[in-house]
Design a protein around this ligand. Structure first.
Ligand code: BTN
Length: 257
């Protein structure tokens, strides 16, 4: 992974901290950010003992060549635009994985990286917010690269996959990681200079969700309908059976077939 540094082209990834085992790279990066780490600082671990997933879930993080990394961003964005960072990370990961592995990776709203209907990776963004503005954000990315399915706990096997499971042979974790960091740098610049539309358009291209009949569990509520679009804040616009449009900020989405 040390060769990674030679592959970095932008601001994101200029400072990389490599760790063996850590509780969670997100927790570690939040502490670093609190101590004043600069925009673009990256934390990468070989394994995590308390990997965090969305909605308080765990992220199974055994050693053996997967990506567990967190990126500190200090974007000039409002708190209500925080979801855009997850959208941005989804686009960066999808693009990087497509270019380095040739797998046809898609994004299931809000942030699941999918291949052949199985989950290859996920993104968890955590922020520290001021009254209106984001003070810093930590974008956590977990991607299954070289893990074999038998190394996953049984309950995860049916729904998860890894690059190795999809394409035979050892995969270059450094190449994928560098591509993600370079794509993130690119899309962060686009977001700041050209606004959110180019990013949202790219996300729409990679989406496995739009146009599909879906079920979304959002807290205690369950909605079914057609996933119509995402809005400027990354919320899902669901067309309900009676034709009304419902905006959902976060939830668990299943594509109904
Ligand atoms: C999800 O639930 O889909 C999001 C999973 C995010 C996992 C990554 S692994 C690196 C970073 N550190 C964490 O503790 N979680 C994220």
């Amino acid at each position: 992974m040390e060769q990674l540094k030679t592959l970095i082209r932008g601001e994101i990834g200029r400072d990389i901290i490599f760790l063996g085992t850590v509780d969670s790279t997100n927790a570690f990066a939040m502490e670093l950010a609190e101590k004043g780490a600069v925009h673009g600082t990256v934390v990468i671990a070989e394994s995590q003992t308390r990997g965090r997933g969305r909605m308080g879930r765990r992220w199974v993080s055994p050693p053996g060549g997967n990506i567990y990394m967190s990126i500190i961003l200090i974007p000039p964005l409002r708190v209500k635009d925080a979801t855009l960072l997850t959208i941005m990370a989804g686009v960066a990961c999808c693009s990087a994985l497509r270019n380095t592995t040739s797998l046809s990776v898609k994004i299931k709203w809000p942030n699941d990286l999918m291949v052949s209907g199985k989950k290859l990776g996920g993104i968890l963004t955590e922020i520290k917010s001021g009254v209106e503005k984001i003070i810093y954000a930590v974008v956590g990315i977990g991607i299954n690269i070289n893990i074999k399915m038998e190394e996953f706990p049984p309950d995860v096997r049916a729904t998860a996959t890894s690059v190795r499971e999809e394409i035979p042979g050892e995969q270059s974790r450094a190449a994928v990681t560098a591509a993600i960091l370079n794509e993130l740098d690119h899309w962060h610049r686009i977001l700041l200079t050209k606004g959110r539309e180019p990013l949202l358009d790219e996300w729409r291209k990679f989406s496995s969700t739009l146009g599909e009949s879906v079920k979304v569990i959002a807290g205690k509520e369950v909605f079914t309908g057609i996933a119509d679009d995402i809005d400027g804040e990354g919320m899902l616009i669901l067309k309900l059976p009676d034709g009304r449009l419902k905006r959902i900020s976060t939830g668990d989405l299943t594509i109904l077939r």
